[in-house]
Design a protein around this ligand. Structure first.
Ligand SMILES: [Ca+2]
Ligand SMILES: [Ca+2]
Length: 324
């Protein structure tokens, strides 16, 4: 009797452990994304703008709607659904095999998954019926590893170990077009459209006045930038210049102060989801008008002071050498 009880308890515990082990390794994750948030990033201003139509591509084909991750043992499956259709165009950039001129003529659509497990990061890339899994080393996927049906891409890949536990999934779609084949470094034809899910939290890259010291009446340039593809575009901008004057809703406004003093300016961004991010800075305005340019920044004053010391020391040394 005692023996069979012990057997029963052992079986129960081991089956519970088995369930615990399986539930730790099985994962069933879905992330959803908003529509109409495909964005282009301007390479000079780093400004992110929502793009709803484009002459070179049906934007809906890269507008991510949903992505999933499932895992059974070492077999992981990822799916990505777009608003339009999965587009097969071009190929994955291969810096090694196209080393001679990898960027000469690019025109491709790529879908990427970033999967983090308890043990490592995987990047699974798909472009036009080819795929790669980058982990400890990069391996090519065979055509049996992925399927494209209308709006959904499905990829099956193998994890390095069965003990890996799911931690995070993010997906990216991108359309890149560029033509530098004739040595033309003009990037006016450069197109970069992308969608990310989940959208990272809105984050300001920088917000600053181009000078730290200026005079009353000077037109001062203020510059704001957001880390590309964070938050949910489109964004609304708000500059408060700290002087109770008229605020600006431009990304890069100019402003002239009418009073002397030290002012704290604040740059605030609000996204489509009503999330906000802000950053502040200070500027000193002197009462001396008539300066038609920017005042000397504190770094410049420091630099000139050091330069003056170096010159004085140099002259002293030269005089000392001549007198010997
Ligand atoms: Ca989207
Ligand atoms: Ca998105």
């Amino acid at each position: 009797m005692k023996h069979s009880n012990l057997m029963l308890i052992t079986m129960m515990i081991s089956s519970l452990l088995l369930i615990a082990t399986f539930s730790a390794q099985a994962a069933d994750v879905t992330i959803t994304d908003i529509i109409d948030d495909v964005s282009s990033v301007d390479y000079t201003t780093q400004e992110t703008t929502v793009v709803t139509s484009h002459p070179d591509i049906d934007v809906q084909n890269i507008d991510i709607v949903k992505a999933t991750y499932t895992q059974q043992g070492t077999q992981a499956t990822v799916t990505l659904q777009v608003r339009g259709s999965i587009e097969d165009r071009g190929k994955i950039i291969d810096l090694y095999n196209d080393a001679e001129n990898p960027f000469q003529a690019l025109n491709f659509v790529e879908y990427d998954f970033q999967v983090t497990t308890s043990e490592q990061d995987y990047t699974i890339s798909y472009a036009n019926q080819t795929g790669q899994v980058g982990g400890v080393e990069t391996t090519n996927l065979s055509s049996s590893d992925f399927t494209v049906v209308g709006d959904t891409l499905t990829i099956v890949f193998t994890l390095a170990s069965a003990t890996e536990v799911y931690e995070n999934l993010s997906v990216t779609s991108m359309f890149v077009k560029m033509n530098l084949s004739e040595g033309d470094m003009d990037l006016t034809g450069f197109v970069y459209l992308s969608d990310i899910a989940p959208n990272p939290a809105l984050e300001i890259m920088e917000a600053y006045a181009e000078v730290t010291v200026a005079a009353i009446g000077d037109n001062i340039q203020f510059n704001g930038s957001i880390i590309p593809l964070t938050g949910q575009p489109p964004y609304q901008y708000h500059w408060d210049f700290g002087d109770q004057g008229t605020p600006s809703t431009l990304l890069n406004p100019t402003h002239a102060y009418t009073k002397a003093g030290e002012f704290t300016y604040t740059f605030t961004v609000t996204d489509q989801a009503d999330d906000t991010a802000s950053q502040t800075g200070t500027i000193t305005i002197s009462s001396e008008g008539g300066s038609n340019g920017s005042g000397l920044s504190s770094q410049m004053i420091m630099f000139l002071a050091i330069l003056a010391i170096v010159i004085v020391v140099g002259v002293v040394i030269i005089i000392w050498i001549i007198r010997r």
